[in-house]
Design a protein around this ligand. Structure first.
Ligand SMILES: [Zn+2]
Ligand SMILES: [Zn+2]
Length: 283
């Protein structure tokens, strides 16, 4: 009786993670960073995309092999994709071949497919902090196409794409201070707010920048993207502070990812465009 292979998971790898991501974000890119060993493929087989970050990382969305119209390669819908570290994944799932094979079969393949399907990694803001190339790649993967500094679209379709896009990485976030471990009889029994919001506490913010904004930050000696964004807003006409926020109206789906230079104005649009974070003046 011959054994049937139930699952096949092909591996595509881009040693240069930035070039690899550019081809995912911009299919017209002239870059060809992907290596693969598609031997026997069947339509519908899964493929994982490995990036040469340090440590290596894997896209949390799987591609499917497509044979329609000749050799179709692997089809990927990168919407809501994130990255997980391949070393940890291989350790947790017991994948002995994760770094030496171009294909995982049967149980190994099934464990990876289930892990990535059943534990969807959403873009939690905390995953984007830190200076590792995995954090940089996460920020590039989800940047949305427009420079976070000036809002102008960054064209990644030409050979100089890798010089046109810069990822500003930031220090890892410290945990908030814990409560005092000693209480007296008159200490308040209720804890304060569990933690201050990321928006209120962050001194810097991860960002993807066009060449011009990256150059301006360097020329101004500006180390923090939060400072860079605040410096572009008008100063407060009442107190003269430079920490003013642009008011955005509507209900944000993901308020935790809003930088501190933005103010969540609620769902009723008003005339006011700016708000001072020092004296609360709005105009
Ligand atoms: Zn820019
Ligand atoms: Zn003010």
């Amino acid at each position: 009786m011959t054994q049937t292979i139930h699952h096949r998971l092909h591996i595509l790898e881009a040693a240069d993670w930035k070039d690899g991501l550019i081809t995912i974000l911009e299919p017209r890119s002239p870059y060809r960073p992907w290596r693969y060993g598609f031997g026997e493929t069947r339509p519908g087989d899964y493929a994982i995309l490995v990036l040469g970050t340090d440590p290596s990382s894997v896209l949390t969305v799987l591609a499917r092999i497509d044979h329609e119209g000749g050799f179709g390669g692997a089809v990927l819908n990168p919407y809501a994709a994130d990255l997980v570290d391949l070393t940890t994944l291989a350790m947790v799932l017991g994948l002995s071949d994760a770094f030496v094979s171009w294909r995982l079969d049967d149980d190994d393949a099934e464990r990876v497919i289930l892990a990535l399907h059943e534990s969807p990694v959403h873009g939690e803001p905390h995953y984007r902090w830190g200076h590792s190339s995995v954090a940089a790649a996460r920020n590039l993967l989800r940047f949305g196409g427009d420079c976070h500094g000036c809002g102008v679209a960054i064209d990644l379709s030409e050979a100089d794409a890798r010089e046109k896009v810069h990822v500003h990485t930031v220090d890892p976030l410290p945990r908030p201070d814990p409560d005092l471990p000693i209480r007296s009889s008159d200490s308040p029994r209720l804890r304060g707010p569990l933690r201050t919001s990321l928006r209120g506490a962050a001194k810097d913010w991860p960002a993807v920048l066009c060449r011009r904004c990256h150059g301006r930050m360097q020329a101004d000696g500006c180390r923090s993207f939060v400072d860079f964004r605040f410096a572009q807003n008008p100063e407060c006409p009442r107190c003269g502070s430079q920490r003013t926020q642009s008011i955005q109206y509507g209900m944000p789906a993901d308020p935790g990812s809003w930088g501190p230079w933005l103010h969540i104005g609620g769902c009723c649009p008003c005339e006011e465009k700016w708000r001072c974070s020092v004296c609360d003046h709005e105009w």
